[in-house]
Design a protein around this ligand. Sequence first.
Ligand code: PRP
Length: 186
Amino acid sequence: MFKEKSVIASELYKNIGSVVIPKEKLQDKVRFLGEQISHDFKNEDVVLISNLKGSFRFLSDLSASLNIPTQVDFISFTSYHGGTESTGEMRIIKDLKMPIENKNVIVVEDIVDTGYTIDFILKYFQDFRAPKSVKICTLLDKKEKRKIDVPVDYVGFVVPDLFLIGYGLDYKEYFRELNYIAEYNI
Ligand code: PRP
């Protein structure tokens, strides 16, 4: 059974396409975003909220690049997908563990695509959690796919409409471990 599964996985790895963002560029950008956020929140403290699973790599590196006091929490708010497209119908898999009332919150995402997920998170926090402020920080912004207008405060890279994998982003739950972002040939 296990053998059969690993054969299928190795087939998937043959379809990795060109590198879109190499490791070094990711590292530089994360450092830059860390400096920007540290500057903007000088003398304040923030709660970094990572929306699982795609943002776990970015959250880890971004948090290490900050020089302000931070706390970290995780949510898993996700939308149903019709094929590879988000339908906008949201579900909460995992909610916050810690209270964020009167706190500065930065929601950390790997990618903003249609905008449905961020829109839902923002409304949910505003309606039920009363934070002091909420900012959005995304590594990737697939702007041309936006279906709903959402404020994105910190953006690593604006990317074209390609199927992207790596550094947290998956195809069939694989490829999150890659240290670079690549195109995937489905
Ligand atoms: C991805 C990504 C964002 C969302 C963005 O999550 O991590 O949360 O889609 O898409 P949107 O702007 O169209 O809403 P996904 O649901 O694929 O789950 P994952 O992070 O666990 O891979």
